[in-house]
Ligand binder design. Structure first.
Ligand code: HPA
Ligand code: ZN
Length: 335
């Protein structure tokens, strides 16, 4: 099964680029940019990654991002992630970034987008990995700040396919951002949102109806609402599930208790993703392996996760067809 997973063509749809900052690169950038960090070694940083909920992670995660200052830093961060994609046979990836984490520290929008897209373009050319970029609003900040961020993004509209919503779900429901999402839709962006990670199923319902989202990030708490489940199955609304993230942040106590395989078997369009791999102990292959080791899944089901992700991605119908054929051929040749 390990080698089946390793070589299976994969598509990632839930990945925060700031969450790919490995402790070694954090140290390198801290030194290069003369930023102080409260750790002596990369191992010390790893030891500090003990989380008991989403907020305990976010506090450390935003602190880590302080070492990102120059265009080259955003490039280095993104390129390092793309090399992991190459290793894990991720053929297409849709990447989140959090502009406000940086613009609030005085980093220009163009520095962030410039560095990230330079790496993405290079990966397309040199590694054959395609990608899309999604800009997330931080939901712990107010809607005015999100509007300001949307305004800053308009000159880069051709580089950003969608807007999303992340950070602390508790106390920051979808409703808080309904006007800015409507404006984003008017401007031609697709929309996604984190919902039903720590928050209730109602957040999924509201994100679908108030924010016009076409795909739900996490969404694992959908099981708490029967009608919602029926609707998600009927419409094949995609869920970008992040198994290692969910166990690290105690959404589920153990991988055995995770509901991802149950959701797949009920016919939901669930996908496997790494979320913040530098913080949660693994990239795409590690997430697939963690699921396969905790649940008796078939090769067919593992391939279905990839096919679901292709279906759920923001690429052209023609590109989807090509990738699905690739996965089906791989499955046929390896069963
Ligand atoms: N949830 C909310 N906010 C986040 C996450 C997440 O999984 N990762 C990075 N920011
Ligand atoms: Zn996330």
């Amino acid at each position: 099964m390990d080698s089946f997973i390793k070589n299976l063509p994969k598509v990632e749809l839930h990945l925060h680029i700031e969450g790919t900052l490995e402790p070694e690169l954090m140290f390198q950038l801290a030194k290069r940019n003369n930023v102080s960090i409260p750790f002596e070694t990369p191992d010390q940083v790893r030891d500090a990654y003990q989380f008991h909920n989403l907020q305990s992670f976010l506090d450390i995660y935003y602190q880590g991002a302080n070492v990102l200052i120059h265009e080259q830093d955003f490039y280095d961060l993104t390129w390092a992630y793309l090399l992991k994609c190459q290793q894990d046979n991720v053929v297409h990836t849709e990447i989140f970034f959090d502009p406000q984490t940086h613009t609030e520290r005085g980093i220009a929008f163009e520095v962030i987008v410039g560095g990230i897209t330079r790496a993405l373009n290079q990966a397309e050319q040199e590694l054959g990995i395609s990608s899309q970029l999604i800009m997330c609003f931080l939901r712990h900040l107010d809607e005015d700040s999100a509007f300001e961020t949307l305004k800053q993004a308009l000159p880069y509209k051709d580089k950003i396919i969608a807007v999303g919503l992340d950070s602390s779900e508790q106390g920051n429901p979808p409703e808080k951002f309904k006007h800015v999402f409507q404006e984003a839709i008017n401007q031609g962006f697709l929309t996604v949102a984190h919902a039903g990670e720590e928050g209730p199923a109602q957040n999924i319902i509201d994100a679908l109806s108030l924010l016009g989202i076409t795909r739900i990030d996490h969404g694992v708490r959908c099981v708490e609402d029967e009608d919602l489940m029926e609707q998600l199955i009927a419409k094949r609304t995609p869920l970008t599930v992040c198994p290692l993230s969910n166990t690290k942040l105690k959404v589920f106590e153990t991988m055995q208790e995770h509901n991802i395989v149950e959701l797949l078997r009920k016919g939901l369009c669930v996908t496997i993703n790494s979320d913040d791999p530098a913080y949660f102990g693994g990239y795409m292959n590690d997430n697939f392996l963690a699921v396969a080791n905790a649940h008796p899944v078939t090769k067919n089901e593992l391939a279905q996760f990839s096919i679901n992700a292709i279906e759920a991605s923001f690429i052209s119908p023609h590109a989807k067809e090509d990738l699905i054929t690739q996965v089906r051929q791989y499955l046929a040749a390896n069963t």
